[in-house]
Write a protein that binds this ligand. Sequence first.
Ligand code: 6PG
Length: 256
Amino acid sequence: MPPAPNNTSSPPHPHVFPNYETMSRAAVERLISCAKEVFSTHGPFSMALAGGHTPKRLYELLAGPYRRQMQWGRVHLFWGDERYVPHDDPASNYRVAYEALIQHVPIPPDHVHPIPTDIAPPSKAASTYESTLRTFFADRDTDQTFDVVLLGMGADGHTASIFPEDAPHESTESGLPWVKAITAPPRHTPRQRITLTLSALNNARDAIFLVSGEEKREASRAVLDATDATLPAAHIHPRGQVFWFTDKAAYEPQAT
Ligand code: 6PG
């Protein structure tokens, strides 16, 4: 029985690597370890993919040297958020994952569940995706959602498409929406987004963060030192564990 939602406020322990490549390799090995645990118990393995550019190398490794370590017929892929653009748009999170991973692995097409950005208006796309998730997770004997959510973090501490301006707060209340259509702050384009909510993310079993680059230093320090509760990435407390993978450019452990 997976643990209940974990609302402890303890910050994640960072796994710090010399560079983006070594960070990505460590993260893909953790991901495979999570998947193997699920395969050995119940399967299928359900994962919400991260958007942005940081996970690209992990996707490439998963499609390349690590490809045979996944039982692709027992994997289901979802997205943590999506820009409200066509799936062939360069800004599409689906396109990044398709080009780096999905087109290279033998995952059954009906196991790939993109956020439907061809449905208008965005609120209807969000409710359609919510139905997809509710149906997929309906037969579980717990409220757990994904086995793993893969997440990035922006320089402002946002994750998925949950931004500091949204004043994120966790709630163990049941029946909260799992998917929302939102308009991102002007600094983030495309602004129209569909995103999983903290309720969907925190009902997952484990979260794997991938954070790389100098521009993430300030937000990483604030999240990992638990000094700024306004940052959405600080509000990810899934049922299991948060695995935080970072390179030294984004986080330099302080000498103790
Ligand atoms: C998005 C993402 C977002 C992303 C961060 C980091 O759609 O933009 O889901 O949360 O993970 O903005 O993006 P980079 O990996 O490109 O720095």
